[in-house]
Write a protein that binds this ligand. Structure first.
Ligand code: GLA
Length: 397
């Protein structure tokens, strides 16, 4: 990962974390690393049982861990320079509206899955920017789940790890997110994007050619997900399913609705609900078309689907914002650009730009200054490879 910030690089991070862990807790830790993700296309389709096309990126959260002899989970965040203590034997564990809720929620869900979670000392460091739509939450959850499993001498199938991390966020933290982020953080694979069916959890890896780079442009406008807008969108989709079920009793989710079916009952839906449904129903088609076009090297179609996706998120789903629209507008038409759209939950965060590798240097520099000029905000621009999912690492990497 090349970035424009002066933070420790991926290579230095685990060693620094191990050293500070040993100084704080007086033992040598095991270290687990889980990546953030970027979504190429397929936004807000996951909780509608639809399709998504994310890739793990080379920004990570590292969890250093060593077992204790009691039921305490003592966790320290390097990024925040803050500690928190959780008692794993509590009968009625509750969230405290604190970053440690993600850690606590994962421990609780592991326990619910039948794992006897040992007390641990844990230290966390992340270079996934938070609130940027790159899944800092999933990277945290998945790294913590792996660290707790490792320290408790247990393993679980990766798909179970992804699902229980999602449950931690849904049931403990209170954000009704889908499965995409946790799945990508678990199943990421070098040089590949993941075409995931969020109903069956079947997935196919699609190779990203070396001639195409993923350039992530951060508007620096932060979003938060545990709050209202995200959960509202989810409820509006559920309302759409409830209304459409009167005409198509076999549908279980918007995944089951075709564009023609939706159009035929446009007049029976409140306008807002219709537009929300139209985003999801058309976005599912775009995901499948994009994955196919990428496989055939039809980059024009990839770019067209990304552009349609952005305008659908802006106009129908209403999850973009001024800065995201500016970032996309500034990318369009630039040398080497294949396609550009906002990525992640929305209301701020990043755009994903597929750019011909030969033009990346120039693209980065130009986007940086054009966005600053247009908004007065200094953006961050990351060029990421599609990377591997969660893994244990040594302090040296
Ligand atoms: C967030 C959620 C995901 C997904 C995206 C939007 O990242 O965590 O489950 O819904 O938003 O596609």
């Amino acid at each position: 990962m090349q970035n424009t910030t002066g933070q420790p690089t991926t290579a230095e991070a685990p060693l620094r974390l191990a050293q500070s862990f040993s100084a704080r807790f007086a033992s040598a830790p095991r270290i687990f690393r889980a990546p953030g993700r970027v979504n190429l296309i397929g936004e807000h389709t996951d909780y509608n049982d639809g399709f998504v096309f994310p890739a793990a990126i080379d920004l990570y959260t590292w969890a250093a861990v060593s077992p204790r002899n009691d039921s305490k989970l003592r966790v320290y965040s390097e990024n925040l320079d803050e500690s928190s203590e959780i008692d794993l034997s509590e009968a009625a564990p509750r969230p405290r509206d604190h970053w440690s809720d993600y850690v606590h929620g994962v421990a609780v869900m592991l326990q619910k899955a039948g794992v006897t979670v040992r007390g641990v000392d844990m230290a966390l460091y992340s270079d996934v920017p938070s609130g940027a739509g790159l899944s800092s939450s999933a990277a945290l959850e998945v790294s913590v789940a792996s660290a707790l499993l490792g320290a408790s001498a247990r393993t679980l199938p990766l798909a179970e790890v992804a699902k229980l991390c999602q449950r931690a966020e849904n049931e403990f933290v209170g954000a009704r997110v889908g499965i995409m982020d946790q799945f990508a953080s678990c199943f990421g694979s070098g040089h590949h994007a993941i075409l995931l069916d969020c109903r069956s959890l079947e997935y196919k890896l699609r190779r990203l050619p070396d001639s195409i780079s993923m350039v992530i442009c951060n508007t620096m406008v932060k979003h938060g997900h545990s709050g209202g807008e995200y959960n509202d969108r989810r409820e509006q989709c559920e309302e759409g399913v409830r209304l459409l079920k009167q005409y198509f009793p076999s549908i279980r989710a918007l995944r089951d609705v075709t564009p023609a079916q939706l159009e035929s009952h446009r007049g029976n839906l409140p306008e807002l609900i219709y537009r929300r449904c139209r985003h999801v129903v058309t976005e599912n088609g775009r995901v499948l078309r994009t994955a196919e076009a990428l496989g055939k090297g039809d980059l024009e179609s990839v770019g067209a689907s990304m552009a349609e996706s952005h305008s659908s998120m802006k106009n129908d789903y209403e999850i973009s914002c001024r800065e995201l629209d500016i970032m996309v507008d500034l990318a369009n038409g630039r040398d080497g650009l294949i396609g550009s759209r906002m990525t992640g939950g929305g209301f701020g965060g990043c755009t994903i730009n597929l750019v011909r590798t030969a033009s990346v240097g120039q693209f980065k520099v130009e986007m940086h200054s054009a966005y600053q000029q247009a908004t007065g905000i200094l953006p961050e621009v990351y060029v990421s490879n599609a990377g591997a999912g969660v893994t244990e690492v040594s302090a040296n990497g």
